[in-house]
Design a protein around this ligand. Structure first.
Ligand SMILES: O=C(O)CCC(=O)C(=O)O
Ligand SMILES: [Fe+2]
Length: 532
């Protein structure tokens, strides 16, 4: 809740310096309060500000009334503490939302102009995440400043969005005021210094998401190693002074020695080459030969491949979509279904990613009514091992690694799926943009495993493999596997929009399946806060 906002009075800022010297009587331009005095009296009994604090200027009360505690906190939180906190509204609703005027030298326009309506523009690219892509950043941050929010509109009054007004409790008064003062200094001199590049993509997102942030910071929760550190640095970044960590690329750098599973630019070790090896159009890698892949009896069907197939016009000229019959044994199918039951299937949750790479809360999905269980470190009942370490699960993971050449560690934990009649997963894409620049890199492949025969419905449908082509529907069959890429051969960091897909409604019977999402790099050893 914002108690007060007041346009900064520039005359006043000119006369009273950061040291608190000088004096002025600010004219309240539009000081407002969104809580009436009656309401406050009913709900809240203000406490006394500790006696050691003194107003150091005669005008403190007047300034505070005019909203200067919010608009000029660096001075006011030091020189006028009693006046700033004796106001019940401030105590109840918290402080720190202030406005400030920036100079005219920070021009903030998209200088790149699309030539016609069909051409992509800054806004579109920003939405696509190019402001944070290492490759496109240099262009975007110079030509698309407004869309990337790297600067503050010139000559306008700009309100820093600090999120929730902060409560200051009597018990931790000293410490919390100190935190707030430090926060104000940090934001003003570092974060909102528009020349400071590390805050380019986090500046406007850096907000306190809870009125207690300052108090929790005062209690030590921003200290690395404290129990709530991970949560605090993302949800209370201004008071923790961790605004830059809201930038996914700064928070989650790719470790130097992590290798890509394929060449991201295509060629002999790119995505297409990988599929060509699988279908026998290209010599296997030495690793695949050593592991005996040529002796595997892969029963492959090709639904779609780049260039199509001269011999077979059923094969669409599109991205790779192939299946393997009998990829899994009966025993393996049974074990995976059983594991899902032991772990417990839960309604699917969605996590949306914000433009800066931070995560919004999980929420249940209307897109997806099926349930799932993660085959993770949880111990399987009646067994010594976790689901992931289960010997049968390991064998399946290793087989997928052998066929694709992607190390097992590049795979997420298997996601076990269960659909009842009437359940579905509407059209979507498995690619998640923020992964692309993080440690694991993007989801390159989806290896989808069908664990039972479905009586009716429940197919996996690809509507957009090629323009004009009919949708491809892969019908579930026990032991069958389906493999497709989420990214492009020419740039494996970029989404291939053609592999949008959906799980059609199960009409009769039940459907059991499993997703293995194979990433460009290691997915099992990611460190850092919300980097996966
Ligand atoms: O169940 C299917 O056929 C596909 C499921 C799917 O696309 C997913 O879980 O991402
Ligand atoms: Fe999917």
């Amino acid at each position: 809740t914002v108690v007060k906002t007041a346009a900064a009075n520039t005359d006043c800022i000119g006369n009273i310096d950061e040291e608190g010297n000088g004096s002025c009587t600010p004219v309240a331009a539009n000081a407002t309060s969104n809580t009436t005095d009656e309401e406050i009296e009913e709900e809240f009994i203000p406490y006394d500000v500790p006696a050691i604090y003194k107003d150091m200027h005669e005008e403190c009360h007047e300034w505070a009334t005019a909203g200067e505690c919010n608009s000029n906190p660096l001075i006011m939180l030091r020189e006028c503490i009693p006046s700033c906190f004796s106001n019940a509204s401030v105590q109840e609703h918290g402080i720190l939302s202030w406005t400030t005027t920036v100079g005219t030298d920070f021009v903030c326009h998209d200088t790149f102009q699309a030539k016609n309506e069909d051409e992509d523009d800054c806004h579109y690219w920003a939405e696509e995440g190019l402001c944070i892509s290492p490759e496109d950043k240099p262009f975007m941050l110079t030509q698309c400043k407004e869309s990337c929010a790297v600067c503050i509109p010139a000559g306008e009054t700009w309100e820093m969005h600090l999120g929730e007004g902060q409560l200051v409790l009597e018990e931790t008064f000293d410490e919390t005021v100190h935190v707030l003062w430090e926060m104000a200094r940090y934001l003003k001199t570092e974060v909102y210094d528009t020349q400071n590049e590390i805050y380019h993509s986090s500046r406007l997102e850096c907000q306190n998401h809870d009125a207690m942030c300052a108090t929790w910071a005062a209690e030590g929760n921003c200290e690395p190693g404290s129990d709530h550190y991970d949560w605090m640095v993302l949800h209370c970044a201004p008071v923790c002074k961790t605004c830059e960590l809201l930038d996914f690329q700064i928070r989650c750098p790719v470790p130097d020695d992590w290798e890509d599973a394929i060449d991201v630019h295509g060629g002999d070790y790119g995505l297409n080459a990988m599929f060509e090896r699988i279908i026998g159009e290209r010599r296997l890698t030495q690793d695949q030969i050593d592991a005996g892949m040529q002796d595997m009896d892969l029963k492959i069907d090709v639904f779609s491949k780049p260039g199509g197939d001269d011999q077979n016009d059923e094969v669409i000229d599109g991205p790779w979509v192939i299946t393997f019959d009998d990829f899994l044994t009966e025993e393996e199918c049974d074990r995976l279904v059983q594991a899902g039951g032991l772990l417990g299937y839960n309604p699917s949750l969605e996590t949306s990613t914000l433009a800066n790479g931070s995560l919004e809360e999980d929420h249940t999905s209307e897109q997806r009514t099926s349930t799932n269980a993660w085959c993770n470190d949880n111990i399987l009942e009646g067994s010594e091992t976790s689901c992931k370490e289960d010997p049968i699960v390991k064998k399946v993971r290793e087989r997928m690694a052998l066929v694709t050449g992607f190390p097992t560690d590049n795979s997420e934990d298997l996601q076990l799926l269960f659909y009842q009649p009437g359940q579905f997963y509407k059209q979507h894409h498995d690619y998640i943009k923020t992964h692309a620049f993080g440690p694991s890199g993007p989801r390159v492949l989806t290896f989808f495993l069908y664990l039972n025969d479905v009586e009716e419905g429940g197919g996996t449908q690809f509507p957009y493999l090629a323009e004009g082509a009919d949708p491809v529907v892969v019908q579930p069959k026990r032991g069958k596997a389906l493999l497709w890429p989420s990214v492009l051969n020419e740039d494996a960091n970029k989404k291939d929009p053609r592999t949008e897909h959906e799980a059609l409604e199960v009409l009769a019977g039940e459907k059991y399946g499993a997703n293995a999402w194979l990433h460009l790099r290691d997915e099992q050893h990611i460190e850092g806060i919300e980097c996966g």
